[in-house]
Ligand binder design. Structure first.
Ligand SMILES: Cc1cc2nc3c(=O)[nH]c(=O)nc-3n(C[C@H](O)[C@H](O)[C@H](O)COP(=O)(O)OP(=O)(O)OC[C@H]3O[C@@H](n4cnc5c(N)ncnc54)[C@H](O)[C@@H]3O)c2cc1C
Length: 468
């Protein structure tokens, strides 16, 4: 596909759409050429920071009409190179479209602009009786980025992922119209669910401008417990038993001593629990303290068959709880600090198959000599697996990385899993997509893409190559 290269005339017209000239950046700096992982790098020709829906609509229409590639960008905390302008063109940086628009406790919704960050939303709701429940570990991500990747997080097992918490979206499409998909009503049996098609589409179908979020009554009582096990394997094996006990936890995370050692080293901290090699962090919430106690006792009893030590029960407001959650949320960054370059596979598998993936990781470490630390969401089967370059040359790392990625996808596919549970496919994994999901399925997606974006300008070649 050949695209139009931006000219001075294009920039003049695009600038006329944007109220403040400072929000049209003709000489982008390195700030715009990478995301968190830097595995894909590309410098946009132009950055536009819209501050109104109307500005978004006009820019998207102009880009489509003039065959100029356009890639929306949130706060660039993504890991799959998804917000990069690999074909040049416009980076539509959404961070200035960031207002909280309306708080509506009557309908249990909060409406925000797409560039609002999770942290802004948490701060806004802090003194209110309602909360936005999904809990991705990266609080600086924008809600638009979360919608685009269908971000998961620590509470998916009980409350679901971003998708379950979006009532409606306002989306700018390439035809120059702003559409509302979904509504504040809870239910709909009213035709195609286009809102759900947009969620997780990584900006390839339209640009999200506004989001009506579903709110939950803030849970009255919360408790966390860390359960140490003699081995990580036993920790993981206990999870189906915890869930079968009838307890519905908000969170079940797993991590091993090896990754915690990296966090201790690079954050100069001490993990407060010294016994055990594998850990489950169990989060519970309830209406009364009595319910919490009963749930905790039942869950802990279920772990005893798996060589669990006594749990360390944490008051949610305690310093110890803060240290443990800080450790969990910083694991990714700690691993990143331990190696010059890294990449990630975030397959999601049925929970009883997590041990299969962990076993394959052990084998691949032996076979390739590559360090592959990991941790993840034991309750929902989403693993975060890191491929570390360490001493390898760039070429050797690229070869081994490709081999490990393919092997892990093979393992996930064999147990009916998905390529990505929450971080997306982006540009970093687009070449593996068709192999994983098949030609017929990818062709169907291409036809949907064609309908929304006939000129192929929105994030061209992201998720899967535009053309067979
Ligand atoms: C330490 C750390 C922890 C993390 N923890 C989690 C976690 O627990 N769960 C999880 O899911 N992710 C996690 N992530 C990954 C990342 O935070 C998410 O992928 C997040 O959704 C990206 O949002 P962003 O605003 O940074 O978007 P970006 O990285 O800028 O972009 C991500 C994608 O969204 C698209 N996009 C952005 N805004 C819009 C818009 N308005 N309309 C259409 N498309 C848009 C971009 O084109 C791109 O495809 C973590 C990352 C880090 C660094």
């Amino acid at each position: 596909m050949s695209y139009h290269h931006l000219t001075a005339d294009d920039i003049k017209i695009l600038r006329s759409y944007i109220a403040d000239p400072a929000r049209v950046i003709t000489e982008p700096t390195a700030h715009w050429d990478h995301d968190q992982f830097k595995t894909v790098r590309a410098m946009p020709d132009l950055v536009i920071q819209p501050a109104t829906n109307d500005e978004v609509v006009k820019v998207v229409k102009y880009a489509s009409d003039h065959l100029i590639p356009l890639v929306p960008r949130g706060n660039s905390t993504g890991l799959m190179g998804a917000n990069l302008t690999i074909h040049g063109g416009i980076s539509l940086d959404m961070v200035k479209l960031n207002r909280i628009l309306s708080y509506d406790p009557g309908s249990l919704t909060l409406t925000v602009q797409a560039g609002a960050r999770l942290k802004d939303i948490e701060d806004y709701l802090a003194d209110k009786p309602f909360t936005y429940m999904p809990a991705p570990a990266m609080h600086w991500a924008t809600i638009g980025g979360n919608v685009a990747t269908n971000a998961g997080g620590l509470k998916a097992i009980k409350y679901g992922v971003t998708r379950e918490h979006i009532r409606s979206l306002k989306v700018a499409l390439t035809d120059g119209k702003l559409y509302t998909f979904g509504s504040k009503a809870v239910k709909s049996s009213s035709g195609y669910a286009l809102k759900d098609l947009i969620i997780g589409s990584e900006g390839t179908l339209g640009v999200v401008c506004e989001v009506a979020l579903r709110l939950y009554p803030r849970p009255r009582h919360i408790i966390n417990a860390v359960i140490p096990f003699d081995t990580l394997k036993h920790a993981i094996q206990s999870v189906p038993a915890i869930l079968a006990s009838g307890v519905e936890p908000t969170t079940v995370e797993f991590m091993g001593r090896k990754v915690l050692n990296l966090w201790e080293k690079f954050y100069n901290q001490k993990f407060p629990i010294t016994e055990g090699d594998g850990f489950i962090i169990l989060g519970l919430d309830a209406f009364t303290p009595g319910e919490l106690t009963a749930m905790l006792e039942t869950a802990v009893a279920a772990t005893k068959a798996f060589n669990a030590f006594d749990p360390v029960v944490l008051d949610a407001a305690s310093h110890e709880a803060k240290v443990i959650w800080d450790a969990r949320e910083a694991l990714l960054l700690a691993i990143q600090k331990s190696t010059p370059q890294m990449d990630e596979v975030d397959v999601s598998v049925p929970i009883n198959h997590i041990p299969d993936v962990l076993q394959r990781i052990d084998e691949l470490e032996q076979e390739t000599g590559m360090r592959i630390p990991n941790f993840g969401h034991a309750g929902d089967g989403n693993l975060h697996i890191y491929l570390c370059s360490d001493q390898l040359s760039a070429t050797a790392f690229a070869q081994k990385r490709d081999l490990v990625i393919r092997e892990l996808y093979k393992t996930a596919a064999a147990v009916d899993g998905n390529m990505s549970g929450e971080h997306g496919i982006g540009y970093a994994r687009k070449d593996y997509f068709e192999g994983y999901y098949g030609k017929a399925y990818t062709s169907l997606l291409r036809r949907i893409k064609q309908l929304f974006d006939p000129n192929g300008v929105l994030n061209p070649d992201k998720i899967f190559p535009l053309h067979e």
